[in-house]
Design a protein around this ligand. Structure first.
Ligand code: SF4
Length: 441
């Protein structure tokens, strides 16, 4: 194929929190806890796309568009077409895949070629085949250049798989210029990909390959680039379990401290057992860590050393807060063994729980996970499309209660835990953790 003009690639980020259950939308998303997290997720720059953008040959003109799922499909299609792209590449998680398919279909009818990648495409490529021109399975850094080269020879099509997961040293610096001049509310940095554990519900742990850490000099460069764009930036580490590896974390923490960053990440509770590390983390500007308490009624297979008695996890989380870092305690509702009584018990605990933030989600068996496979085999996946895989909608048959009971119990729990007086109580906890942190620095 002879190219007559500069080819154009539009990258589409399918971001935001998507909830199907209307009652939960009405109830939960008007409440501050969920609303804040939804806003934060919607505002996060799409790090994966900014990173693969840096692998695109200079002969291409690259654009970035964000779709948060709130406008009509045809409006999004029109926004994409306004850039007159030759190829459109989507990155999305499971709840956004049906919408990406609808957009792709409309673009293909207009002779625009489409690509999909990301966690859902990697976990369930068969659900994407035929709906996009090409499907990327695995690390996008090594696949996108191949796909674009195939487009230029008229051969783009089918499923592209990485032969070997890439080393993190081969992942380029994200192309922040593509984001434009305005500073995002939060920047994103990935310090490792994957997680050494394999919790059976987790879609992120090993989908893209084994756990891999990014070399320190690379992390330091990424943080320096962000600090050059904005003084005292807010940074969200786009890791699944930042402190799970046995690397020396000091160089990364020192780079965050030098940048004057305030930052957020996810980790497992065991950092609460490491007072020296906690001091370093707090001193480097960490404001909040999300800790997965997971289910209070079921021990998921694959949690490795993360498996522990509930009281031990609470104690570790308290140690994290005492070090001056707010804990966002994350609970899963609806695992095997859940009953109305166990949801009531969780509600009771959370009314007086000592954490600054609480996150409640419904057990969601994402494609590609061991949980999905076991529920599928048992015939316990509810029929319907992927747009319901939001972490807030019930998509499986619980073992001890009915689907309506789980749905109602979850809604009740959300109403109970996010009511204004508890929000303001947690606001006070956050203030006291922060003031303690200021005194110690
Ligand atoms: S520890 Fe967290 S990131 Fe790791 S496998 Fe479990 S849920 Fe996933």
């Amino acid at each position: 194929m002879i190219l007559s003009k500069t080819p154009r690639l539009t990258l589409v980020s399918m971001s935001g929190l998507r909830v199907v259950d209307q009652r939960l939308l009405d109830l939960g998303l008007t409440m501050p806890g969920l609303k804040r997290r939804a806003a934060a997720l919607g505002e996060l720059p799409p790090l994966g796309l900014l990173t693969i953008a840096a692998t695109v040959p200079g002969t291409w003109d690259v654009r970035l568009i964000s779709d948060v799922g709130t406008e009509a499909v045809e409006e999004t299609v029109d926004r994409i077409l306004a850039d007159r792209p030759d190829v459109v590449a989507f990155s999305c998680l499971t709840p956004a895949i049906d919408r990406a398919v609808a957009i792709s279909q409309s673009l293909r009818e207009r002779k625009v070629r489409t690509i999909v990648g990301g966690l859902h495409a990697t976990a369930a490529p068969r659900t994407c085949e035929g709906r996009f021109d090409a499907v990327a399975v695995g690390d996008g850094e090594s696949l996108l250049p191949r796909m674009l080269s195939d487009w230029s020879t008229g051969e783009l099509g089918g499923v592209y798989r990485v032969e070997h997961p890439i080393a993190m040293s081969a992942s380029p610096l994200p192309d922040w210029d593509l984001w434009g001049g305005a500073a995002p509310p939060r920047y994103t940095v990935q310090t490792m990909r994957g997680c050494p554990w394999a919790c059976s519900f987790c879609a992120a742990s090993r989908m893209l390959g084994p756990a891999r850490v990014k070399p320190d000099p690379q992390i330091e460069r990424e943080i320096a680039v962000i600090a050059g764009r904005q003084a005292r930036p807010w940074i969200e580490l786009a890791d699944d379990n930042t402190f799970a590896s046995d690397r020396d974390h000091e160089p990364m923490l020192e780079a965050l401290r030098r940048a004057g960053a305030r930052w957020f990440t996810e980790s497992d509770w065991r950092i609460g057992l490491r007072p020296n590390l906690l001091r370093q983390i707090a001193g480097s500007g960490c404001r909040q860590i999300l800790i997965g308490f997971e289910s209070t009624v079921f021990r998921y297979p694959g949690m490795g050393a993360k498996t522990a008695d509930f009281d031990r996890v609470v104690e570790a989380a308290m140690a994290i807060q005492q070090a001056g870092i707010v804990v966002n305690a994350c609970f899963i509702v609806g695992a095997d063994g859940e009953t109305r009584a166990s949801m009531d018990r969780l509600g009771e605990f959370l009314e007086t729980a000592p954490f600054g933030e609480i996150q409640l989600t419904v057990q969601t068996p994402f494609p590609g996970t061991a949980l999905h496979e076991s529920l599928r085999r048992a015939g316990r996946l509810l029929p319907g499309d992927f747009s319901r895989y939001t972490l807030f909608d019930v998509v499986h048959q619980p073992d001890r209660i009915s689907v309506p009971e789980l749905r109602a119990g979850f809604q009740e729990l959300v109403g109970r835990v996010y009511r204004p007086e508890l929000q303001s109580r947690r606001g006070q906890i956050i203030k006291s953790v922060r003031s303690h942190a200021r005194k110690n620095t």
